[in-house]
Structure formats: C-alpha cells, structure tokens
Design a protein around this ligand. Structure first.
Ligand code: TA6
Length: 289
C-alpha cells in the first residue's frame, strides 16, 4: 500500500524499501528512509529531535519544515503579525489525494488555504499546494503558491528547512565558494562576506544565508553523501547551532547538533512576487548518491 492515511500523518512506501512520513501539521516531512548502501535496513536520512513537539502545538524541530511567507523574523509590512518563519509550518494542512502512484514512486498533495485564524494575521488571498514525491533513492518537495485574487499581487519568501542527518564534525557542503553570504552568527557585521572555502563545514555555530547560489548542493561525510537540487530557489541557508545555540533550544535533544546540518534552499534574499491569478512554484530533489 503506497500511502497510509493515519489521520494526522501520511506514510508513503516505495516497493523497493524507501519510505517517508508527512505530518498534516505544517506539511512537515518527519522521516525519509532509503535502502542503505550495503546495509539492507532502510536508513533514516533526516534528523528529527527526540524532543520535537509533534502534537501540533509548535513547529517541528527537524525533518523538512515548510517556511512561508517569511523567512526568519518578519521584515515585510504584510508579515508584521507573523512569527519567525511564517505560519505554513505551524498550520494544519489538508491531504488532497495521491498525485502519482506507479513503479517509479508515489506522490501526495497537501493544501493550505486561509482559515479565520490565518486571515486574522495574514489577510492575503493565497492557496498553497505542496507535493511530496518518494522514489527509490529520491525525495522531492514542490511548493505551489497561488494568488487567488483578481486584482492584487503579493510578495513572499519561501524555503525548505531541511534537517539533513549527517555527523556535523566531519561533513562538508559544496559548492558555496565565491558566493556572498550574511553571517547571522556575527551581529557586529553589517555587510556580506564572500565564501572562500571550497567545502563548508559546520564544526562551529553556523548560520549563513548565501544569495544567488548554484541551486545544486552536496553534503558529503565519511561514508555518505546526499545531493540537493532546487528549482526557482535562488538562495540557500546553512545552519547548525552547535552546543552554543542548540543547548538553549528546549526541543533540541542533547547533542542533537552533532547529528545534522540544515541545508535550506529558498527564496529569502528579497521577496518573490506573485501576480493576481498566478501561481509560483519552487521545488527540490534530495538524492542519496
Ligand atoms: O534557517 C536558520 C534559522 O533561521 C536560524 O537562524 C535558526 O533560527 C533556525 O532557523 C531555527 O529557527 P526556529 O524558528 O525553527 O527555531
């Protein structure tokens, strides 16, 4: 059975052993397992903190939270009533059916439309459609932002907050060399830095927003590699709180920062614009190499 509906979450299964779990809350992918290289047991490829709150009372610490319509602390007038990273990751989405189910894989669509609660803080005419696709060695997520009005455009940001499971003391993210980035760990810095490293590590507290990036990234560590290819998401954020910031997070398991890196494709430098009656799409494909 390729899709199991457990009311609060969907379980996707691939005939060759891969699986994924998607919470309706936040449309958060909380698990993605693929066959190991030599290990016949499926391996979990995402990090989910054992202290993550999964009852719908707060955004999930781990997996793939969906960030919309703002990234980080709101800066746009339309987002003045929103909390960090917007509302999409903290609202209950609806399952809108199976989009694809064949030997190549299985896709499910979730949708989010304005509720009274959302409209009270974000009175914009939007409809979000989110398609999660599981293949044998790949997981894809595609976000479609529709402007349902007939007159006004609106601006937004969007990002996939991927928690990639990997040892943070020995991983590298490429290619970022030469890109300009904002180092959010250094408040004293006003401007942008230029990345000089061929491979970026996260051995220390890292919170970097790279702009106009390659849209294709690889996370490599001894014995493993995941590639991320994004579409229409020009920026990428690399984050690991290490103990310095992670130790202060109530929903971060002890030492959790040792087991992940966030590689987050997004449109976060500036704002995307969707015209009345139009739809914007951004997506990513995560592949186990
Ligand atoms: O994507 C990196 C970041 O913006 C960091 O600054 C940190 O705040 C992280 O997101 C987690 O944010 P959250 O709201 O989930 O605690």
């Amino acid at each position: 059975m390729p899709v199991q509906d457990l009311n609060d979450k969907l379980i996707l299964k691939h005939p060759k052993g891969a699986s994924a779990e998607v919470l309706l809350y936040g449309a958060t992918v909380t698990s993605w397992k693929t066959g190991g290289n030599s290990n016949p047991e499926p391996l979990e490829r995402l990090f989910l903190s054992s202290k993550a709150v999964l009852d719908g009372s707060k955004a999930v610490r781990g997996g793939i939270p969906v960030v919309f319509p703002c990234f980080g602390a709101p800066t746009h007038p339309d987002h003045k009533n929103l909390s960090q990273h917007g509302f999409a990751r903290s609202e209950l989405w609806k399952w809108d059916g199976v989009v694809m189910d064949n030997e190549a894989g299985v896709s499910v669509r979730l949708v989010l439309e304005p509720s009274q609660k959302i409209s009270a803080i974000y009175p914009k005419p939007f409809r979000l459609s989110y398609v999660v696709t599981l293949a044998e060695h790949q997981l894809s997520t595609d976000l479609h932002v529709t402007n349902t009005s007939f007159s006004e455009q609106f601006e937004f940001q969007a990002l996939f907050h991927n928690y990639i499971r990997a040892p943070s003391d020995s991983l590298f993210v490429t290619p970022l060399q030469g890109l300009q980035y904002k180092d959010k760990t250094d408040d004293s810095l006003q401007g942008l830095k230029t990345e000089g490293r061929s491979g970026v590590d996260v051995k220390k507290f890292t919170d970097s927003v790279y702009t106009n990036a390659s849209q294709s990234y690889t996370v490599t560590w001894p014995g493993g590699e995941i590639s991320i290819r994004s579409q229409n998401l020009k920026d990428v954020v690399i984050w690991n709180p290490q103990a310095e910031a992670g130790g202060k997070m109530g929903d971060m398991e002890e030492g959790g920062w040792e087991r992940f890196v966030c590689v987050e494709p997004g449109y976060v430098d500036g704002f995307e614009n969707v015209a009345a009656g139009s739809t914007w799409s951004g997506g990513q494909v995560l592949t186990i190499n």
